[in-house]
Design a binder for this molecule. Structure first.
Ligand SMILES: [Zn+2]
Ligand SMILES: [Zn+2]
Length: 272
């Protein structure tokens, strides 16, 4: 089965937040408890993580994800990268044959982003990157960076991943198209560049994951009206809204959604 999991459905502050608690969200609705951004894609033996927030450790444990082929980054903001140190555990393969978790020597884990985001990760987490694929004897994470280009697809196992450019956030962000539309992930954005929109309109989009940070648009994020405008043009079979801030109550957002669109929640599984 090919599937995606919304590991974290929250925006940068998560829900509840430290300063404002539940905000506009109903505390009695369990879907309103949100960890920070992360998506997982699995196709047979190919396991791919998109973004590693500060909550990534709990997210991978909760979903029993112990092996990754690669990590893709949408951008290097803190809410998408701060769990990068915890990826050290993925440098090991877990041998369950004996019924005991035995660590065996693994390899460096491949990570993918565009050049400015790799540079930002290198600046902030210099110690986690290595250019050597073979793993050394060390307890620090070993992540092997790969620069990708917009419009140039990468193959991971049998999975085709097309990186696309998005605009209107504080930095350029990268969206990803898996297997020509089986899954499309839109990153933090406010605007879809014409070239990217034309590409998305040409393919058949099965499931679209896109952010709704606040219902009303703000300076660096699209709101529900901008999201709906693009959903109508891309025409996916199903759309899931994620990166939900404390102003986005699950039930209230659901009521604003057109048919085949719904808000995400942590650990939501999407069969593809
Ligand atoms: Zn974000
Ligand atoms: Zn961001």
């Amino acid at each position: 089965m090919t599937k995606a999991i919304i590991l974290g459905s929250g925006a940068a502050s998560g829900v509840p937040t430290i300063s404002d608690g539940w905000g506009a969200c109903d505390a009695s609705e369990s879907k309103n408890r949100r960890s920070r951004a992360g998506v997982y894609f699995e196709d047979g033996a190919t396991h791919i993580l998109i973004d590693s927030s500060a909550d990534v450790r709990e997210q991978l444990i909760a979903n029993n994800i112990r092996r990754l082929n690669a990590v893709f980054y949408t951008h290097a903001h803190a809410d998408h990268t701060m769990g990068i140190d915890d990826l050290r555990a993925l440098n090991y393969h877990i041998d369950d044959i004996t019924g005991m978790q035995k660590k065996v020597q693994g390899q460096a884990l491949d990570i993918y982003a565009v050049e400015p985001h790799i540079a930002e990760i290198r600046r902030r987490f210099d110690y986690v990157l290595t250019d050597e694929k073979a793993r050394e004897q060390t307890h620090r994470p070993q992540l092997c960076p790969h620069e990708i280009q917009f419009g140039q697809p990468i193959m991971i196992g049998g999975v085709k991943i097309m990186p696309l450019e998005f605009a209107g956030h504080t930095v350029v962000t990268i969206g990803y198209v898996f297997n020509d539309g089986q899954l499309v992930l839109i990153p933090d954005y406010k605007e879809i560049p014409a070239q990217t929109l034309a590409y998305l309109q040409k393919i058949d989009v099965n499931v679209l994951i896109m952010p709704l940070t606040a219902v009303e648009e703000c300076r660096y994020h699209a709101g529900i009206d901008i999201d709906k405008h693009y959903i109508a043009q891309i025409r996916p079979q199903r759309t899931v809204l994620t990166h939900l801030g404390p102003k986005c109550d699950y039930q209230k957002v659901l009521q604003l959604c057109p048919p085949h669109v719904e808000p995400a929640f942590d650990n939501m599984v999407l069969e593809l």
